[in-house]
Every structure is written in C-alpha cells, then in structure tokens.
Design a protein around this ligand. Structure first.
Ligand code: SAH
Ligand code: SF4
Ligand code: F3S
Length: 477
C-alpha cells in the first residue's frame, strides 16, 4: 500500500441484501405498484456522479424515477455547501416539502451530500425540519441502502455523518442520467485546503481510484455509446498520488485515449499548481481529448493567491497557459474566479481584470466570495462592503462578455465538429457543443441528437454560436 494508506473496498453484499429488503417493503406498501423516487442534485458534477450511484441503488431496490416530488414515495436532495447561496436554496426548497409530507405522511424525505457533512447544518435540519427522516453525508454512500432500510422500518429519524477518509468504495450500481454524455469520477476528496473552500472538510482527503477499474469503466461507457466522457476530480492533476506504481494523470489520460471509438474525453478540474507540460503534451497529441482546458486561477493578484493558499503565482499560471496555447490548436480556456476575497483591494481586482484580458477565456465561472464556517478565510478581516464587491463583479462580467463575444465572432465561417445534445426549447432548434465546450445552436432533425456533426458557424451572439449542418452525418466523423 502507498504512503497515505487508502484502502479500496467493494460495496458489501449486505448492502445488496438491504436493497432487496427495501424492494420487498415497498412492494407491500405500494400493493405491487412500482415505488417512485424524486432526486434533486445541487452543486458540482461530483454530486451528479454521486446521485447516479444513489439512483443505481434505488433502481436495484425497485424504484422508478419522477421529475416531480408530488407523487414520490422517496424524496432526496443531494446538497452543495460551496457558497451560502447554494445552502439557502436547499433550505428554501426543503421547507417547501413540509406540505407534501403533510399530505402523504408515508413519504420518506432525505437529505445527503456536502452540506450534511457539516455539524451545524445537520443540527439545524434536526431542529427546524422534523419531517426530514434521513440525513447522511458524502462519506456514507456505501451504506445508503442500510440507512434507508432503517428509516423505513423503524420510523425513527436516521442522521449520519461519516469520516471514512482512508476508504474508497467500488462496485456501486450506477444509473447514469445521460445516454451519450457521462461523468466518470477518477478520484474523490481534496487535500489542497484553499483558505476559502469548504470542499476538503466535506469531501475528505484525496483518494484516487484504481487505474484498471477506471479503464474498464471508460471502455464500458464507450462500448455503450457514450460520446462525451468527463473525468472528474477536485484536482485531477494529482491523480495517482495515493496509488502504487507511480501512475499520474497524464498517463491515465493517454491510456483511456488509446481505447478505440468515436468519443470525446474531457476532464475537470485541473489545479494550476499541478498542471504539467506532460499533461499539455498529452492533450496536444491525443486522439479523443477535447481541446478544452478548465484551469481555475481564482485571482490575478499574487498577494491574494498567497492568502488563498493556491501555491502558484500569476507568472506560473501564464507560463502554463501560454505553453498550452502554443501546443494545442484552437484551445478553449475556461476558469473560475472569486471576487471580493477578504482583504482584496480594487488594485488586486484590477489584476484579475488584466489577467482575463491577457488570456482571452472562452467563458468564466465567476463568484462573489462567500464565507464558509470552519475555513481560515472566514476568520480574516473583510472590510470591503458587499455593494462594492457587487460593482467589481459587474465590471468583471462586462469585460468578459466582450472577450467571449470577440472569441466567438472569430469562429464565424469555420467548420466545427459538434456533439448535438438536445433541444433548446425554441421552435425546432437544437443545441450542441464544440470540442472546446462552446454552445452552438442550429436547426437540425431530432434524430441528430447524440451524434457528432460537422457544423459551419454562421453567426455569433455573445458567447453562443449559431451554425448549420451542410450534410447530415450518419456514421462517425
Ligand atoms: N476543485 C475545483 C473547484 C471546486 S469549487 C478547483 O480547485 O478549481 C468550484 C469553484 O467555486 C472554485 O473554483 C471557486 O472559484 C468557487 N468557490 C469555492 N469556495 C468559494 C467560496 N467560499 N466563495 C466563493 N466562491 C467559492
Ligand atoms: Fe476547494 Fe481548492 Fe480543493 Fe478546489 S483545490 S476543491 S478550490 S480546496
Ligand atoms: Fe458543492 Fe460539494 Fe461539489 S460543496 S461544489 S457539491 S464537492
């Protein structure tokens, strides 16, 4: 076993027995009708991937799924703790379930995910929402069937927060939401402790999955027709650090990329401190690897980056970005930014603006700093008023809008390979994405959904492209 002693375990047979028992209980309760579950997922793709495991376990317990909570027998919210706004939305929506519980007292209402790993939140749920019967955190997924069984048979409230930091579980049944676009977690947790961030506290230490298991899962997805596979981790660049045999992320990427098939391979998130030239070279030489790099820089000011505990500076960030631009034709760069970190001045903020102008990102995920209980930044002096931060934020959005619009306008006239993803809701219009993850809207038959098409870009509207298919492709491109 490697230095950090991560043990890999299989979901135990006992849990599959609980799934069977749940199916039997529900069959009696529903008098032979199929039980229905409603699952709502907040937050990032890690949570989406966790919900797909929960849905897999529920499907094995005989459940069908509904898009509305009204007629469900089981309601679950998988929550996110990353910003206050995310938590407020959950509290608001949980409050609204009270009426459903009153109308259908048999219903089981459950909350799970990152918020539930925080003691003060679990306590608040316990006190303020007595109709919530089951609460469990991100560390308890591997015995969800047992917890659910206990709440169904005992009628008592079940609350569990775990701390299985050194364990990783395999062998979950997975029920993926999409049929051609899918998530593939390669690691869990985070060791970086950026000073503003709650994730390491609610997701635990970094744990990489075994390479062979990932390769098998990727091959199975490709075989089953997945066209767009995103490898997931809070910092994929540190993949392999807890594994024997010295495998790193670039190697893993090359091995997946060597699987034959018609698909794109994406990954997120890359931490700039660990983004290697080897990774960029792998992207440049790859067959299936998309030309998209999501590389969050958070702030353009070295002083703020240091306070954030990010372990890189502006110079190092630009070095890796410029290397990537040089090596990867048509590279699309995206990033995350925090505005108004404690102690950030307008001068610091201007450096963020100058960095985005210098790099030319396709799109940005921008956030106003939100203090998180238990993180070091929540204890720092934060003298800038919210109204001022809000002005900076608007300024940032405006600058980025111009950059994105120009970037998109430059693509007019080009032909792009696009994965057609679904309807936009306007007339017969469909939308898809380029390899660089840029949205393209176009008129095309519904039969093209889930296929790659060569699309000529005809127009650009801010960060969205309009295009048309010259000849519909029925095979691979
Ligand atoms: N692991 C990823 C991101 C995880 S959270 C990474 O390191 O890039 C996604 C984004 O939320 C972060 O990149 C950051 O920009 C933002 N974020 C995290 N904590 C935040 C906070 N307390 N306030 C505002 N934004 C935050
Ligand atoms: Fe949070 Fe930093 Fe870890 Fe990303 S790398 S999840 S921002 S602590
Ligand atoms: Fe939110 Fe948890 Fe993801 S806090 S951003 S759902 S890891």
């Amino acid at each position: 076993m490697a230095d950090s002693e991560i043990s890999i375990n299989s979901l135990s047979g006992k849990q599959f027995e609980y799934m069977q028992l749940i199916a039997e209980i529900m069959e009696i309760r529903k008098r032979g009708e199929k039980p229905v579950a409603f699952i709502r997922t907040y937050g990032c793709q890690q949570n989406v991937a966790d919900s797909e495991k929960i849905k897999g376990m529920l499907a094995q317990s005989g459940f069908e799924f509904s898009d509305s909570p009204e007629n469900a027998d089981f309601i679950l919210f998988n929550t996110c703790a990353v910003r206050e706004h995310a938590e407020d939305r959950v509290f608001g929506n949980v409050g609204a379930l009270k009426n459903i519980k009153r109308k259908h007292p048999q219903i089981l209402i459950a909350l799970c995910g990152c918020m539930m790993e925080q003691e003060h939140i679990a306590n608040k749920i316990y006190k303020s929402f007595p109709f919530v019967g089951l609460v469990f955190g991100t560390h308890s997924l591997h015995h969800f069937p047992e917890l659910m069984y206990n709440s169904l048979v005992n009628g008592k409230r079940v609350f569990e927060r775990g701390n299985d930091d050194n364990k990783l579980y395999e062998g979950f049944p997975i029920r993926r939401d999409g049929s051609f676009k899918g998530w593939l977690p390669i690691m869990y947790g985070c060791n970086n402790f950026c000073t503003y961030c709650i994730v390491p506290y609610v997701r635990g230490r970094e744990r990489s999955r075994d390479k062979q298991i990932i390769l098998e899962e990727a091959a199975a997805m490709i075989n089953n027709g997945y066209k767009d596979i995103t490898l997931l981790g809070q910092n994929v660049n540190s993949y392999g650090k807890n594994l024997e045999g010295g495998v790193n992320f670039a190697q893993l990427l090359r091995e997946i990329d060597s699987i034959d098939g018609d698909y794109w391979l994406r990954f997120m998130t890359s931490h700039p401190k660990d983004c290697s030239k080897e990774l960029i070279d792998t992207m440049a030489k790859g067959t299936h690897i998309s030309r998209h790099l999501h590389l969050p820089f958070q702030s353009g000011s070295d002083r703020v980056l240091k306070e954030m505990n990010r372990h890189y500076d502006r110079k190092r960030y630009l070095e890796i970005v410029n290397y990537a631009k040089e090596k990867i034709d048509g590279l699309s760069l995206t990033s995350d930014i925090i505005v108004g970190f404690p102690g950030e001045t307008y001068d610091d903020f201007k450096q963020t603006l100058s960095l985005i102008k210098e790099v030319g990102f396709t799109s940005l995920f921008t956030f106003i700093y939100s203090p998180r209980v238990g993180t070091p930044a929540a204890e720092m002096d934060d003298p800038v008023p919210a109204s001022e931060k809000s002005k900076w934020f608007q300024e940032l959005l405006q600058v980025q809008e111009e950059i994105a619009a120009k970037r998109c306008a430059d693509m007019v006239g080009s032909t792009q390979k696009v994965l057609i993803e679904g309807k936009t809701g306007k007339n017969n219009e469909l939308s898809g994405r380029t390899s660089g993850n840029i949205v393209v809207e176009l008129d095309a038959p519904e039969s093209t959904i889930g296929t790659f098409q060569n699309v000529t870009i005809t127009k650009a509207r801010n960060w969205i492209l309009k295009g048309k298919i010259e000849n519909i492709n029925n095979g691979g491109i």
